[in-house]
Design a protein around this ligand. Structure first.
Ligand SMILES: *Cc1c(COP(=O)(O)O)cnc(C)c1O
Length: 416
């Protein structure tokens, strides 16, 4: 008989050790310790990623895929190794399904040009949701305008939850594409994207998921999701700016037109005819951001070593603590109260413009976002011009949320 052991506990999430990896978190802003709560706009970079960029730049840099000299071979191998790391991070079946882009916006535009312009025509319909970031709206509007296609929008309720029944009711034989966010950057809502994809796929409709806010917070498994495309940015994932990925199913990518023409995306060129390269190179015209791709590889190594499940658990704790604290404050209203949320807290303070909330909080060292968060349809849904938004990362602490709450109390004392 074995006794149940109560003395063994999972190791606690050591947030102080993790913070030690992020040099920028030691900064003071106007004499106050930086409380960085704008992670949904861009996250900070840990020392191992900074070191990786320096090592590449000091000992490995050359152009890739082009020369037989040693440095070029090293750079090519490191760049392709980064692609393998990203493929593993999202559980892609094959590494050629990972295309390096300059970020989520670029990835979505690639899908619009490469897939949309080829397969979506007059009278066809594209389904989006109210929760979309502008970068998952505007490219589809441009396509709809060019082709005479139509945009349909899946609505949200007062909590900011996507309405699955109404989403499903939008489908008809003209539905040709679904582009939907996994996590709302403005509200934090996690959408029921797996069921939404299943519904679309059962009707032969391809789905692109905007994962810009999901990849930093959740374990993403593109095979489990079974989406055709998945996009995210490096700079929201502790990596550099100017890099992101587009995951695409190999068979779908093979059918697509290249978006950009140039070097590296071809097999042969004459003035009569060009033969395109195989995937993923077909979609990576010109010299890519080699250093940034390698840095992003280091970033996903860093996150994987901590563990996305541990990250999600810590952030859930922060969100629950902050939500409870905000709920106790008179005159403060949380915008976006979905049951299933990532670590984003949008809020309004009665009688104070969000811009003034942000400006005053900055005087206490607290960095939050204010505005429409590139998601004006979400703001319109709630009848608001703007909100303030605190967005948490795994390196944030309960003490920082206390600083935010104290800051808001001061804002209320001064302005409300
Ligand atoms: C940030 C963001 C984007 C755009 O990402 P970029 O890095 O600016 O290209 C798209 N969608 C969502 C949900 C985002 O949060």
């Amino acid at each position: 008989m074995s006794a149940v052991r109560t003395d063994v506990k999972a190791p606690a999430f050591d947030v102080e050790r993790i913070r030690g990896d992020f040099p920028i978190l030691k900064l003071e802003i106007g004499g106050k310790p930086l409380v960085y709560l704008d992670n949904a706009a861009s996250s900070q970079m840990p020392q191992p990623v900074i070191d990786r960029l320096v090592r590449y730049q000091t000992t490995q840099h050359a152009n890739i895929h082009r020369a037989v000299h040693t440095l070029s071979e090293v750079a090519t191998a490191e760049y392709e190794e980064a692609r393998r790391k990203l493929a593993r991070f999202i559980n892609a079946r094959e590494e050629r399904e990972v295309i390096f882009t300059s970020g989520t916006t670029d990835s979505i535009n690639l899908v619009m040009h490469g897939f949309g312009r080829k397969f979506i025509g007059a009278g066809d319909e594209i389904i989006l949701s109210t929760l979309e970031h502008h970068s998952n709206i505007v490219p589809w509007q441009m396509l709809a305008e060019e082709k005479g296609a139509k945009i349909r929008v899946a609505p949200i309720d007062d909590a900011g939850e996507l309405q699955s029944g109404e989403y499903e009711a939008l489908f008809n034989p003209r539905t040709k594409f679904v582009a939907v966010t996994h996590v709302s950057n403005a509200l934090g809502t996690i959408t029921p994207v797996r069921q939404m994809i299943a519904h679309a796929r059962a009707r032969g409709v391809p789905v692109m998921v905007d994962g810009a806010q999901a990849a930093p917070h959740l374990t993403v498994d593109v095979q489990d999701l079974d989406c055709d495309f998945y996009a995210f940015s490096g700079h929201k994932l502790c990596g550099p700016t100017g890099i992101g990925i587009l995951y695409g199913k190999a068979a779908t990518l093979e059918r697509m037109q290249p978006f950009k023409g140039g070097g590296d995306m071809i097999l042969s060129v004459t003035f009569e005819k060009t033969t395109y390269n195989t995937i993923p190179h077909k979609f990576e015209a010109g010299t890519p951001p080699i250093a940034a791709a390698i840095g992003l590889g280091a970033a996903v190594d860093y996150l994987s070593a901590i563990g996305m499940d541990a990250i999600a658990a810590h952030e859930r704790h922060l969100l629950e603590y902050a939500t409870a604290a905000f709920s106790r404050m008179a005159g403060v209203r949380i915008v976006g109260t979905a049951a299933n949320k990532a670590a984003v807290l949008s809020f309004v303070v009665a009688g104070v413009h969000p811009h003034d909330v942000g400006t005053l909080l900055n005087q206490y060292g607290v960095a939050v976002r204010t505005g429409h968060h590139c998601a004006q349809p979400v703001m319109q849904r709630f009848g608001l011009p703007a909100t303030s938004r605190a967005s948490f990362a795994f390196y944030n602490t309960i003490a920082e949320i206390d600083a935010l709450v104290d800051g808001i109390r001061n804002v209320q004392k001064i302005l409300a």
